[in-house]
Design a protein around this ligand. Structure first.
Ligand SMILES: [Zn+2]
Length: 418
């Protein structure tokens, strides 16, 4: 699906009317008024949470903080699950759940100094936008819903999930969608990631990541010359793999991002390794490129294992290289059907609010439900931000209200199916 195709689909008039009707209900007006009068509270939550370090696999202190906020707001069944996701429910009579989620982990490793400061409408510090902005928006929506005593047909499951970034590999969302309590009972997933109101992630960019390791006997560069060399095998692998043909559409990319190996200039290395990243919105294309990588590796190892026949005049016993491909990341690809209700809902809300937004493909928590064929989108938590994944990250609260209105309207439409 090209980004423009989703844009072209008209929102049904009935849904547009339903959006306008919902927006003026007294409860809804009360919730919107809560956003307006509580910007200071929302920014304070955001800054307070961003100051708690949450490196991948060490999110628990931040999770405990969020659990306390869920308890304060009076959500039901508030708990941390076995991987550290924080859950809380706004109950209703319906049998399936609508989720509003935001990841609580950051890209910053343990030990990175996390200094958060506020200046005017701005918050500065690592993670203030990605994803303290998303978590703050989720809390604001939960708080406004509680304060305004909003009613809805389907229960809403609020989730602060772990493991979205990097080697977290979407483990928090994966856990939710493999848990027997949730996996078949979530109808729609609204995911908050970062700031802004101008994007709708409706296509899941998949990625596969590998550590490729080549091992050999090693030896002295002079006296053992002819022994197969793992670095040369990797070099041959990279040369062949980099020549793999790529489709223009669906966009498919690869990267060799890290290469390691050897001990000294006059030693034939005993091992060498590299890290490879493959991305596409198509699972088929990712598999094809993975096969190219494996084929290139097998050939390179075979050629290099015969190297002593070429390099050494004296007859030697054949020495072989071995290789291993270890999967270090696997984010499945997927996309929404163009007529998906969740896409029509966000379009109707954007039309109602006069907000312009573009469909995008990205790698987010939405990859998991989209891969499973469920309806999910990822949108921003409002405001504006920049410098994501750097120590210079910032967030500006200006315009946050629009983002919160957008999230609440979409959530309520999803929780009140026609
Ligand atoms: Zn994020």
């Amino acid at each position: 699906m090209s980004p423009s195709r989703a844009e072209e689909l008209a929102v049904p008039a009935s849904l547009q009317q339903e959006t306008a009707r919902l927006a003026v209900l007294p409860q809804m007006r009360a919730a919107m008024a809560w956003f307006h009068s509580h910007e200071e509270q929302i920014a304070a939550w955001q800054a307070e949470m961003a100051a708690i370090p949450a490196p991948p696999f060490s999110e628990t202190p931040r999770g405990e903080w969020l659990k306390n906020r869920f308890d304060d707001l009076g959500l039901e069944d508030v708990h941390l699950d076995s991987v550290g996701n924080v859950l809380g429910i706004r109950p209703a009579t319906g049998k399936t759940f609508v989720t509003l989620s935001a990841h609580i982990d950051t890209v910053f490793p343990a030990g990175v100094p996390i200094a958060v400061r506020r200046q005017g409408s701005r918050i500065y510090g690592p993670g203030v936008s990605d994803n303290a902005a998303g978590v703050a928006a989720m809390l604001a929506v939960a708080a406004a819903a509680q304060a305004a005593k909003l009613t809805h047909a389907l229960p809403i499951l609020f989730i602060g999930n772990v493991g979205e970034e990097g080697e977290g590999d979407l483990r928090g969302m994966r856990h939710i969608f493999s848990n027997p309590r949730w996996k078949n009972s979530i109808s729609h997933s609204l995911i908050l990631d970062g700031s802004g109101t101008d994007t709708i992630v409706s296509e899941a960019l998949g990625s596969r990541r590998f550590e490729v390791i080549v091992r050999g006997p090693g030896g002295h560069s002079w006296s053992d010359f002819g022994t197969p060399n793992p670095i040369l095998a990797l070099a041959r692998t990279i040369e062949a793999f980099a020549a793999s043909p790529l489709p223009a559409s669906p966009k498919t990319t690869f990267n060799v991002g890290v290469i390691r190996g050897g001990t000294s200039v006059n030693s034939i290395p005993e091992s060498a390794s590299m890290r490879v990243d493959i991305r596409s919105t198509s699972t088929v294309e990712m598999e094809r490129l993975e096969n190219s990588l494996r084929t290139a590796l097998d050939r390179a190892v075979a050629v290099e294992s015969r190297s002593n026949e070429r390099r050494s005049a004296t007859k030697r016993t054949p020495q072989k290289l071995t290789s291993e491909v270890v999967a270090i990341g696997n984010r499945p690809a997927g996309e929404l059907a163009p007529n998906a209700r969740i896409l029509q809902v966000i379009r109707a809300v954007d039309a109602h609010l006069g907000n312009a937004a573009q469909s995008q493909r990205a790698s987010t928590d939405a990859n998991i439900p989209l891969w499973l064929g469920r309806e999910a989108i990822a949108i921003g938590g409002g405001g504006t931000g920049g410098g994501a994944h750097t120590l210079q990250e910032w967030f500006d609260c200006g315009g946050r209200e629009l983002g919160l209105q957008r999230i609440l309207l979409a959530l309520l439409l999803l929780a009140n199916p026609a």
